[in-house]
Design a protein. Structure first.
Length: 252
Protein backbone atom coordinates (compact mmCIF):
# COMPACT_ATOMS: atom_id res chain seq x y z
CA UNK A 1 0.00 0.00 0.00
CA UNK A 2 2.84 2.35 0.81
CA UNK A 3 4.57 1.39 -2.47
CA UNK A 4 1.48 2.27 -4.54
CA UNK A 5 1.23 5.66 -2.85
CA UNK A 6 4.89 6.35 -3.60
CA UNK A 7 4.46 5.46 -7.29
CA UNK A 8 1.46 7.78 -7.54
CA UNK A 9 3.43 10.65 -6.05
CA UNK A 10 6.29 10.00 -8.52
CA UNK A 11 3.82 10.05 -11.45
CA UNK A 12 2.31 13.36 -10.26
CA UNK A 13 5.76 14.89 -9.96
CA UNK A 14 6.61 13.71 -13.49
CA UNK A 15 3.39 15.25 -14.86
CA UNK A 16 4.15 18.54 -13.16
CA UNK A 17 7.65 18.55 -14.64
CA UNK A 18 6.28 17.82 -18.13
CA UNK A 19 3.63 20.55 -17.75
CA UNK A 20 6.27 23.02 -16.64
CA UNK A 21 8.55 22.14 -19.56
CA UNK A 22 5.71 22.48 -22.05
CA UNK A 23 4.72 25.92 -20.69
CA UNK A 24 8.32 27.01 -20.76
CA UNK A 25 8.66 25.82 -24.37
CA UNK A 26 5.57 27.70 -25.39
CA UNK A 27 6.57 30.92 -23.61
CA UNK A 28 10.04 30.78 -25.17
CA UNK A 29 8.43 30.94 -28.70
CA UNK A 30 9.28 27.51 -29.89
CA UNK A 31 5.75 26.21 -29.95
CA UNK A 32 3.73 29.39 -30.47
CA UNK A 33 1.91 29.97 -33.69
CA UNK A 34 3.71 32.31 -36.09
CA UNK A 35 0.99 34.85 -36.59
CA UNK A 36 3.08 36.93 -38.93
CA UNK A 37 3.15 34.12 -41.45
CA UNK A 38 -0.28 32.76 -40.72
CA UNK A 39 -2.14 36.06 -41.14
CA UNK A 40 -1.15 36.65 -44.76
CA UNK A 41 -2.06 33.07 -45.48
CA UNK A 42 -5.45 33.54 -43.89
CA UNK A 43 -5.87 36.81 -45.76
CA UNK A 44 -4.92 35.11 -48.94
CA UNK A 45 -7.52 32.48 -48.29
CA UNK A 46 -10.22 34.97 -47.33
CA UNK A 47 -9.33 37.61 -49.96
CA UNK A 48 -9.09 35.91 -53.32
CA UNK A 49 -7.77 39.11 -54.90
CA UNK A 50 -9.38 41.56 -57.32
CA UNK A 51 -12.24 40.08 -59.20
CA UNK A 52 -11.43 39.45 -62.82
CA UNK A 53 -14.24 40.35 -65.11
CA UNK A 54 -14.26 38.26 -68.24
CA UNK A 55 -14.65 40.69 -71.09
CA UNK A 56 -15.98 39.13 -74.21
CA UNK A 57 -14.26 40.35 -77.35
CA UNK A 58 -16.70 42.37 -79.44
CA UNK A 59 -17.79 40.59 -82.53
CA UNK A 60 -17.08 42.30 -85.76
CA UNK A 61 -20.39 43.40 -87.12
CA UNK A 62 -21.01 42.36 -90.66
CA UNK A 63 -20.93 45.27 -93.07
CA UNK A 64 -24.46 46.09 -94.14
CA UNK A 65 -23.74 49.47 -95.65
CA UNK A 66 -25.20 49.92 -99.11
CA UNK A 67 -22.56 50.89 -101.70
CA UNK A 68 -23.08 54.30 -103.33
CA UNK A 69 -23.44 52.84 -106.82
CA UNK A 70 -26.72 51.17 -105.82
CA UNK A 71 -28.57 54.46 -106.39
CA UNK A 72 -27.71 54.20 -110.09
CA UNK A 73 -28.75 50.55 -110.45
CA UNK A 74 -32.45 49.86 -111.11
CA UNK A 75 -33.79 46.72 -109.47
CA UNK A 76 -35.04 43.79 -111.54
CA UNK A 77 -34.16 45.45 -114.83
CA UNK A 78 -32.36 43.89 -117.77
CA UNK A 79 -28.73 43.18 -116.92
CA UNK A 80 -27.57 44.28 -120.36
CA UNK A 81 -29.09 47.73 -119.82
CA UNK A 82 -27.53 48.42 -116.44
CA UNK A 83 -25.25 51.46 -116.09
CA UNK A 84 -21.53 50.78 -116.33
CA UNK A 85 -21.07 51.47 -112.59
CA UNK A 86 -23.29 48.48 -111.73
CA UNK A 87 -21.16 45.82 -113.40
CA UNK A 88 -17.62 44.50 -113.73
CA UNK A 89 -16.56 43.54 -117.24
CA UNK A 90 -13.57 41.62 -118.54
CA UNK A 91 -12.53 44.16 -121.17
CA UNK A 92 -10.13 43.34 -123.96
CA UNK A 93 -7.96 46.27 -125.04
CA UNK A 94 -6.76 44.42 -128.13
CA UNK A 95 -10.03 44.88 -129.96
CA UNK A 96 -10.09 46.82 -133.23
CA UNK A 97 -10.99 50.48 -132.81
CA UNK A 98 -14.45 51.37 -134.09
CA UNK A 99 -15.49 47.74 -134.50
CA UNK A 100 -18.21 45.97 -132.48
CA UNK A 101 -16.86 44.07 -129.47
CA UNK A 102 -18.38 41.64 -126.98
CA UNK A 103 -17.36 41.49 -123.31
CA UNK A 104 -18.29 39.16 -120.45
CA UNK A 105 -19.70 41.05 -117.46
CA UNK A 106 -20.91 40.29 -113.93
CA UNK A 107 -23.15 42.42 -111.74
CA UNK A 108 -21.68 43.95 -108.60
CA UNK A 109 -22.80 42.93 -105.10
CA UNK A 110 -26.30 44.03 -103.99
CA UNK A 111 -27.36 44.51 -107.64
CA UNK A 112 -30.30 42.45 -108.91
CA UNK A 113 -31.17 42.12 -112.58
CA UNK A 114 -32.87 39.68 -114.95
CA UNK A 115 -32.40 38.31 -118.44
CA UNK A 116 -34.79 38.38 -121.37
CA UNK A 117 -36.89 35.67 -119.73
CA UNK A 118 -37.16 37.66 -116.48
CA UNK A 119 -34.96 35.15 -114.65
CA UNK A 120 -32.36 36.35 -112.12
CA UNK A 121 -28.98 36.70 -113.75
CA UNK A 122 -25.44 37.39 -112.55
CA UNK A 123 -23.28 36.81 -115.61
CA UNK A 124 -24.14 38.24 -119.01
CA UNK A 125 -22.63 39.65 -122.21
CA UNK A 126 -22.73 43.23 -123.50
CA UNK A 127 -22.08 44.54 -126.99
CA UNK A 128 -20.28 47.83 -127.46
CA UNK A 129 -18.05 49.70 -129.88
CA UNK A 130 -14.34 49.27 -129.30
CA UNK A 131 -13.05 52.70 -128.23
CA UNK A 132 -11.63 54.42 -125.19
CA UNK A 133 -13.75 56.77 -123.12
CA UNK A 134 -11.81 59.86 -124.20
CA UNK A 135 -12.56 58.94 -127.85
CA UNK A 136 -16.33 59.17 -127.38
CA UNK A 137 -18.33 61.92 -129.10
CA UNK A 138 -19.03 65.01 -127.02
CA UNK A 139 -22.67 64.00 -126.54
CA UNK A 140 -21.63 60.91 -124.54
CA UNK A 141 -19.84 62.67 -121.66
CA UNK A 142 -20.18 65.74 -119.46
CA UNK A 143 -17.32 68.13 -118.65
CA UNK A 144 -16.75 70.74 -115.98
CA UNK A 145 -17.16 74.34 -117.08
CA UNK A 146 -14.49 76.98 -116.50
CA UNK A 147 -15.56 80.63 -116.28
CA UNK A 148 -12.18 82.35 -115.94
CA UNK A 149 -11.07 82.20 -119.55
CA UNK A 150 -11.79 84.50 -122.48
CA UNK A 151 -14.17 83.09 -125.06
CA UNK A 152 -13.56 86.02 -127.41
CA UNK A 153 -9.82 85.90 -128.01
CA UNK A 154 -7.41 85.35 -130.84
CA UNK A 155 -6.33 82.60 -130.84
CA UNK A 156 -9.20 80.97 -129.01
CA UNK A 157 -8.34 80.02 -125.45
CA UNK A 158 -8.61 76.49 -124.10
CA UNK A 159 -8.95 75.17 -120.57
CA UNK A 160 -8.37 71.78 -118.93
CA UNK A 161 -11.70 70.17 -118.02
CA UNK A 162 -12.54 66.98 -116.14
CA UNK A 163 -15.02 64.92 -118.14
CA UNK A 164 -17.20 62.01 -116.98
CA UNK A 165 -18.89 59.48 -119.25
CA UNK A 166 -22.66 59.24 -118.98
CA UNK A 167 -24.05 56.31 -116.99
CA UNK A 168 -25.40 54.12 -119.80
CA UNK A 169 -22.43 54.58 -122.15
CA UNK A 170 -19.87 51.75 -122.22
CA UNK A 171 -16.24 52.35 -123.17
CA UNK A 172 -12.69 51.23 -122.41
CA UNK A 173 -10.39 52.79 -119.85
CA UNK A 174 -11.14 55.37 -117.16
CA UNK A 175 -14.62 56.83 -117.19
CA UNK A 176 -13.28 60.15 -115.87
CA UNK A 177 -10.56 61.82 -117.91
CA UNK A 178 -9.07 65.30 -118.55
CA UNK A 179 -9.60 67.07 -121.84
CA UNK A 180 -8.63 70.43 -123.35
CA UNK A 181 -11.74 72.32 -124.40
CA UNK A 182 -12.38 75.70 -125.92
CA UNK A 183 -13.74 78.38 -123.62
CA UNK A 184 -17.46 78.24 -124.14
CA UNK A 185 -19.54 79.83 -121.42
CA UNK A 186 -21.99 82.71 -121.14
CA UNK A 187 -22.60 85.38 -118.54
CA UNK A 188 -26.17 86.15 -119.65
CA UNK A 189 -25.43 88.96 -122.10
CA UNK A 190 -27.66 89.05 -125.20
CA UNK A 191 -26.21 89.95 -128.57
CA UNK A 192 -29.50 91.45 -129.75
CA UNK A 193 -29.67 93.78 -126.73
CA UNK A 194 -26.08 94.93 -127.20
CA UNK A 195 -26.66 95.65 -130.91
CA UNK A 196 -29.90 97.53 -130.22
CA UNK A 197 -28.19 99.73 -127.61
CA UNK A 198 -25.28 100.37 -129.96
CA UNK A 199 -27.63 101.58 -132.73
CA UNK A 200 -29.93 103.71 -130.57
CA UNK A 201 -27.85 104.91 -127.60
CA UNK A 202 -24.35 104.12 -128.81
CA UNK A 203 -23.44 107.80 -128.85
CA UNK A 204 -23.81 107.84 -125.06
CA UNK A 205 -21.83 104.62 -124.53
CA UNK A 206 -24.88 102.57 -123.47
CA UNK A 207 -23.68 99.54 -125.42
CA UNK A 208 -20.27 99.55 -123.72
CA UNK A 209 -21.82 100.04 -120.28
CA UNK A 210 -24.14 97.08 -120.93
CA UNK A 211 -21.19 94.85 -121.84
CA UNK A 212 -19.33 95.81 -118.67
CA UNK A 213 -16.74 97.97 -120.45
CA UNK A 214 -17.25 101.09 -118.36
CA UNK A 215 -13.98 102.81 -119.39
CA UNK A 216 -14.92 102.72 -123.07
CA UNK A 217 -18.45 103.75 -122.12
CA UNK A 218 -17.18 106.85 -120.33
CA UNK A 219 -15.00 107.67 -123.33
CA UNK A 220 -17.97 107.49 -125.69
CA UNK A 221 -20.17 109.42 -123.29
CA UNK A 222 -17.85 112.43 -122.94
CA UNK A 223 -16.84 112.39 -126.60
CA UNK A 224 -20.42 112.07 -127.88
CA UNK A 225 -19.63 108.75 -129.45
CA UNK A 226 -16.37 109.95 -130.90
CA UNK A 227 -18.40 112.51 -132.87
CA UNK A 228 -20.36 109.62 -134.34
CA UNK A 229 -17.38 107.79 -135.79
CA UNK A 230 -16.84 105.58 -132.73
CA UNK A 231 -20.56 104.82 -132.65
CA UNK A 232 -20.58 103.55 -136.24
CA UNK A 233 -17.49 101.44 -135.64
CA UNK A 234 -19.04 99.85 -132.52
CA UNK A 235 -22.22 99.03 -134.44
CA UNK A 236 -20.13 97.08 -136.96
CA UNK A 237 -17.93 95.38 -134.30
CA UNK A 238 -20.88 94.31 -132.14
CA UNK A 239 -22.83 93.22 -135.21
CA UNK A 240 -20.11 90.79 -136.31
CA UNK A 241 -19.49 89.65 -132.73
CA UNK A 242 -15.94 90.99 -132.45
CA UNK A 243 -16.80 93.09 -129.36
CA UNK A 244 -18.22 90.95 -126.58
CA UNK A 245 -18.81 91.07 -122.81
CA UNK A 246 -15.96 92.30 -120.62
CA UNK A 247 -15.90 89.04 -118.61
CA UNK A 248 -14.92 87.08 -121.71
CA UNK A 249 -18.18 85.12 -121.99
CA UNK A 250 -20.23 84.45 -125.08
CA UNK A 251 -23.49 86.06 -126.06
CA UNK A 252 -26.73 84.20 -125.48
Amino acid sequence: MAAAAGALRSLCCLCRVLLFLSQFYILSGGGSLNLEHSQPLAQAVKDPGPARTATAAPRTAESTEIPPYITKCPSNGLCSRLPADCMDCATNFSCVYGKPATFDCMVKPFVTCVDQDLKPQKNFVINMTCRFCWQLPETDYECSNFTNCMTVACPRQRYKANCTVRDHIHCLGNRTFPKMLYCNWTGGYKWSTALALSITLGGFGADRFYLGQWREGLGKLFSFGGLGIWTLIDVLLIGVGYVGPADGSLYI
